[in-house]
Design a protein around this ligand. Structure first.
Ligand code: GDP
Ligand code: MG
Length: 647
């Protein structure tokens, strides 16, 4: 199969969408190039994208070049849409990283480059906007080699390319150093393997707006980036985006890494957690249709290909079909960046609350990190967001797609909490009969960033293995809200004692008992509030650095590194999110728009003494035992005691 699956990544405004348009035009997949500035680009199809000239969703288009099919994924660049960018990293075999010749490496560029590295994706760099007066491609190439990777080489300069290839090849290096000439064909033949192994990053120059350098880029995509591996027979595919069709309904963009999907296949995937069996339900769906990225009917989706699959209503973005072990990289939402802010969604017309809730639920199926939920206790509809631009765009989408006018309240920080000191957590669930579940945990504080670990020291005769399994299954629910109301993390939990009862234990008793025992321990051990800390990458004119350092200190932050290249300085700092929610706006002001920044979640750290932030409890407190037992029993009976939504 002659195919390339390629993602185009870059910071916002580098020219990704304009470049996608030119690639489509050059390959004759479209007759006339649309324009971002006129709102007619082929990959920006949402009304909000066209009106604002900013990509919000990843879009997959199809073109063909010199007998090779190319699936091209255009992605958003703004850091608020990192969830979408991250999902676009799950699918491709190679990437084009676009860097503006005028602005150079931006904070988001380094972040993306690192993300591609950890995903193991080979990269070609396209230096765009070379037509601009202020463009300085040579300076940008130097900057790339100094700051992104020394393995970057000018692909349009045969001497530079030969040197870079020779450096990776002992035999060629000897030949080169001893003054022998190396034939260009020899060099070019070695390039694809080196690119694939990420030992070489070819750089090309051009202008998407003027249409220069486009054929060279297409040649490089086909000639230097790797084809998909297609040798795996075992089924493996990942749903990385959602599409919608008026007639066919929900469709999922699926990248197959192994096996084959065929229309009318029945696909079994994991559904909700079933407390009765302690396992996940098996959901069966039938594929109604499979389409190519250009929407033509396809019928079959083979290993290595990307297609839109309809009929899999039970499958969600982020879920794997078949064996997850075959994925070439970890595909889990939130690795690039997780939201650390919650906003309240308010309908303009109170009558619209139900419609707004339904719309937000649907949007969070497409973007699981949004995590829309209706909080019974406060009667609020909440969503998790990355930043202000994302809430603005969400409001636009709600009105354009669903006809619901809504606004978002001021963002609140999503804190976490941990236990202050080691404590026992006990629960004796023996009343009201019939029931019997006795548990004794030890909960210990664990190092920051270590998450939750669990082990049991209890004999299977005291608590049957299947009940111990239930305890483990119920932990996410038990830890979804600690004593301060936030998700509990960085704890080491050991089950040290307890018992079941031969006659009295009801099948679900240990699921009811676990949150109770855990909360008892958390109460005894006391709580520590943890706050999200961003790794902030700032790029500013060097004369502004003094001011930036003062800002970082003023925000309880610390400088991690500084790189001064004369005109500009790249600063990396760790700053609590709570102090810096509006910093990108302030930065633009203090640098007269010449500074830029990008953030990623670095860690959750202890919040300074005195900060008292609590979150309202979303369900009955397990320590309010009489009320809790009643509620838990009811919930279990109606099947809503669900670990899919542990907060
Ligand atoms: P994206 O955010 O990376 O998708 O960037 P867009 O494709 O939306 O382009 C952002 C802006 O840069 C638009 O106004 C484009 O017209 C402009 N632009 C894109 N490529 C070039 C180029 O090669 N030269 C110049 N001068 N402008 C460009
Ligand atoms: Mg774009």
């Amino acid at each position: 199969m002659v195919l390339r699956n390629i993602g185009i990544f870059a910071h916002v405004d580098a020219g990704k969408t304009t470049l996608s348009e030119q690639l489509l035009l050059c390959a004759k997949a479209i007759r006339a190039a649309g324009s971002v500035d006129k709102g007619t680009a082929h990959t920006d199809t949402l009304p909000v994208e066209r009106r604002r000239g900013i990509s919000v969703k990843a879009a997959c288009v199809r073109l063909s070049w010199k007998g090779c099919d190319i699936n091209l994924i255009d992605t958003p660049g703004h850091t608020d849409f990192s969830a979408e960018i991250e999902r676009a990293l799950w699918a491709p075999d190679g990437a084009v990283l676009v860097i503006s010749a005028a602005e150079g490496i931006q904070p988001q560029t380094t972040l993306l480059f690192e993300a591609m590295k950890s995903a193991g994706i080979p990269v070609i760099i396209f230096i765009n906007k070379c037509d601009r007066d202020t463009a300085d491609p040579e300076r940008v190439k130097k900057e790339i080699r100094a700051r992104l990777t020394p393995l970057a080489a000018d692909a349009e300069d045969m001497t530079a390319l030969t040197e870079a290839v020779a450096e990776q090849d002992e035999e060629l290096l000897e030949q080169y150093l001893s003054g022998g000439t190396i034939a260009p064909e020899t060099v070019l033949r070695r390039v694809p393997a080196l690119v694939k192994a990420r030992k070489l990053v070819p750089m090309l120059c051009g202008s998407a707006l003027r249409g220069t350098g486009i054929t060279a880029l297409l040649d490089a995509v086909v000639g230097m980036l790797p084809p998909p591996g297609t040798d795996k027979a075992e089924l493996c595919g990942i749903a990385f985006a959602q599409a919608r069709d008026k007639a066919l309904g929900k469709g999922l963009y699926i990248r197959m890494f192994g096996g084959t999907l065929t229309a009318r296949d029945r696909i079994v995937t994991e559904g909700r957690f079933d407390p009765l069996t302690g396992a996940r339900a098996q959901v069966e769906n039938k594929i109604s249709q499979i389409r190519d990225a250009d929407l033509s009917d396809k019928g079959v989706l083979n290993a290595g290909e990307i297609g839109i699959v309809y009929g899999l209503t039970g499958l969600k973005v982020g879920q794997v079909i078949g064996s997850a072990e075959l994925l070439p990289r970890i595909c889990a939402p939130g690795r690039l960046r997780t939201p650390v802010m919650t906003v309240k969604a308010l309908p303009e017309d109170p009558e619209d609350m139900q419609r707004l809730t339904a719309a937000c639920m649907e949007l969070s199926e497409e973007d699981p990190l949004l995590h829309a939920r209706y909080v019974q206790a406060t009667g609020e509809l909440q969503l998790d967001v990355m930043g202000g631009i994302q809430s603005e765009i969400l409001a636009d989408i709600l009105s354009e797609r669903y006809g619901v006018r809504a606004s978002f309240g001021a963002p609140g920080i999503i804190y976490r909490e941990t236990i202050a000191k080691e404590a026992h957590g006990c629960c004796a669930y023996t009343m009201p009969k019939p029931c019997w579940a006795i548990l004794d945990f030890i909960i210990r504080p664990a190092p920051r960033g270590s998450g939750v670990t669990f082990r049991s020291e209890v004999d299977g005769r005291d608590i049957l293995p299947r009940y111990q399994h239930q305890v483990e299954q119920a932990l996410p629910i038990a830890l979804s809200q600690g004593r301060l109301g936030w998700k509990v993390t960085d704890v080491d939990i050991t089950l040290v004692g307890g018992s079941h009862h031969q006659w009295h234990t009801h099948p679900l008793d240990f699921i009811v008992a676990t949150p109770w025992g855990i909360q008892d321990g958390l109460r005894r051990g006391g709580s520590v509030l943890l706050e999200p800390v961003w790794e902030m990458r700032i790029h500013v004119p060097s004369e502004c650095v003094g001011r930036i350092i003062a800002d970082v200190n003023g925000m309880r932050g610390e400088i991690v590194s500084m790189h001064d290249d004369g005109e500009y300085t790249a600063v990396t700092a760790l700053v609590p999110a709570a102090e810096s929610m509006d910093y990108s706006v302030r930065l633009a002001r203090t640098t007269s728009g010449r500074g830029s920044m990008s953030v990623s979640l670095h860690s959750y750290r202890d919040c300074p003494e005195g900060a008292a932030h609590t979150a309202p409890r979303r369900s009955v407190d397990p320590l309010d035992t009489a009320k809790y037992i009643l509620a838990a029993r009811n919930a279990l009976e109606s099947g809503i005691f669900d670990t899919d939504d542990p907060g």
